[in-house]
Design a binder for this molecule. Structure first.
Ligand SMILES: C[S@@+](CC[C@H](N)C(=O)[O-])C[C@H]1O[C@@H](n2cnc3c(N)ncnc32)[C@H](O)[C@@H]1O
Length: 259
């Protein structure tokens, strides 16, 4: 896949990616130990799989750990899909496949683990929503290109001196976007952590949201939804895609409430 050469040595320009892949597997394995897996079968969808580095690493790791993995990478770019599919076939990875399509419309039937690393902007929200809807036991995402909240952000007057600087407003919008994602995961039954994925010198996209499903969850946590409401009010936020997606779902089922 272009990470190592014919002698299995890491190609120097790919050293960062190699480090990121290994860190990803380390975090994944820790979370896997905490979730409920039935009959050793693990169904994974990697949303925005790109060149498939993480998708392949995950499949290989699960196989070596004696799981039966069914892994699908979803990717918009047909060339990447074709490439990854050909490598999967050449490697005889029979339960690893790649689907050319949009994360926003891809609807798997079952899912144990939802991965979305660096899926652009609200593609992350659609991926998280699919994970929650299908009762994924693990949701792991490293969001990027936060575009949705920045134009909506209004500075609370006390923060105006700080947020007058564009870079701070951008960082605040990013933090707010991911805070609302993490709180929604919490409200919908997940133990959720937000932490640095790979140190900044390796990549600028370094934040991870990792959520594992609590077994005793029954309905959205109203206290957490109230925290989201308060944050949105304070920053004048009208629209957050994950929240809208979850509200539609819960409205349709008639068993939930709006945030
Ligand atoms: C930055 S790459 C990350 C690839 C991989 N997840 C990784 O971390 O190495 C983001 C990928 O997401 C894909 N992507 C972005 N929006 C998408 C969408 N709506 N549906 C499917 N793929 C999408 C892009 O084409 C790109 O290949």
């Amino acid at each position: 896949m272009g990470i190592s050469d014919a002698k299995a040595q890491i190609i120097p320009s790919m050293a960062r990616k190699w480090k990121q892949i290994n860190k990803f597997i380390e975090i994944f394995s820790g979370a896997l130990a905490q979730i409920k897996i039935s009959e050793n079968t693990v169904r994974v969808v990697d949303f925005g799989s790109g060149k498939g580095y993480l998708t392949f690493a995950l499949y290989d790791y699960l196989q070596k750990q004696q799981f039966l993995p069914f892994v699908t990478g979803v990717e918009l770019n047909p060339k990447m899909v074709e490439f990854c599919q050909s490598v999967a076939s050449a490697s005889d990875f029979q339960q690893l496949d790649f689907f050319q399509g949009d994360v926003r419309t891809y609807q798997p039937e079952h899912l144990d683990v939802m991965i979305a690393l660096h899926a652009c902007d609200v593609a992350t929200d659609f991926a998280i929503h699919t994970g929650i809807r299908l009762n994924a036991q693990m949701i792991m995402c490293a969001p990027c290109c936060h575009k949705e909240l920045r134009p909506q952000l209004q500075s609370p007057s006390v923060l105006q001196p700080m947020l007058q600087f564009g870079i701070h407003a951008g960082q605040q919008a990013e933090m707010l976007t991911d805070t609302i994602r993490a709180l929604l995961l919490k409200a919908y039954g997940y133990d959720t952590k937000v932490f640095e994925f790979v140190a900044l010198e390796h990549t600028s996209k370094n934040k991870m949201i990792l959520a594992t499903k609590r077994q005793n969850w029954s309905e959205p946590d109203q206290a957490v939804l109230a925290q989201i409401r308060d944050l949105k009010t304070m920053y004048g936020i009208q629209k957050h895609s994950l929240e809208l997606l979850l509200n539609d779902q819960w409205d349709q089922q008639g068993i939930g409430s709006k945030c």
